[in-house]
Design a protein around this ligand. Structure first.
Ligand code: URA
Length: 222
């Protein structure tokens, strides 16, 4: 397992909140960046506020923007299926994104948008305090791990940030039309499941000693 520190906004200073509802109230009808001009609905996050497993995606797409919930389109259906495959329902995990508003035309998030929005994600992670975070794709992985490495270099491996274990996986959208990536995702979700199971054991007694590192050379950055 690799010890890393939080990403660029992971240790951002700012107000802390007593719960997700007060954080959501604080965000309000957010006008902090120009995505406010084009979004329909701010997508805060969904799921169990005490989830042991939290997923971080990139940003809402068209369906999410309309519905106000993360991962409700085709990638969301795939995510639901992957969760089902490891015996979990969407209601048992928490799902949020790096950005809370849809970039027009689903373009990549801009640096300033990430800097403006991620203190809220960091606060969600602090409040939920999941044992395990699954980062979905490049943007979530780069933010949470504070790395520039591509997802392909780190996927399926176990990192530790403070009290949290982080397992980067491909973004489900990338696997929608690529069978190879889909099979890798299925494998990586099995790994997520086993990290979750071993976290339950180690959190209960040994403070992390029971965790498994999923092999390979560690990137020199870490
Ligand atoms: N892709 C994401 O990264 N997040 C969503 O909520 C939907 C699609």
């Amino acid at each position: 397992m690799v010890e890393v520190r939080y990403g660029s906004g992971g240790d951002a200073e700012g107000p802390t909140f007593g719960g997700l509802d007060s954080l959501r109230d604080h965000i309000g009808d957010c006008q902090r960046c120009s995505l406010a001009l084009t979004r329909t609905t701010l997508v805060f996050g969904v799921g169990d506020p005490h989830a042991r497993l939290m997923f971080v995606g990139e940003a809402p797409g068209r369906n999410e923007d309309l519905k106000g919930e993360p991962f409700v389109g085709a990638a969301g259906k795939l995510l639901d299926g992957l969760l089902e495959g490891i015996g979990l329902a969407r209601s048992e995990v928490y799902i949020a994104n790096v950005l809370k508003c849809r970039p027009p035309g689903n373009r990549d998030p801009l640096t300033e948008e990430i800097e403006t929005c991620t203190p809220f994600l960091t606060e969600q992670i602090r409040l939920i305090a999941p044992s395990v975070i699954g980062t979905l794709g490049n943007f979530a992985t780069r933010y949470v791990l504070g790395t520039d490495l591509p997802i392909s270099a780190v996927r399926g491996r176990l990192f530790r940030i403070g009290g949290q274990r982080v397992v980067p996986v491909f973004h489900p959208a990338a696997a929608l039309y690529d069978r190879t990536k889909h099979n890798v995702l299925v494998d990586d979700f099995k790994r997520l499941r086993s990290v979750l199971d071993s976290a339950a054991v180690s959190d209960a007694d040994s403070g992390g000693a029971a965790d498994t590192d999923f092999g390979g050379d560690q990137p020199s950055l870490f």
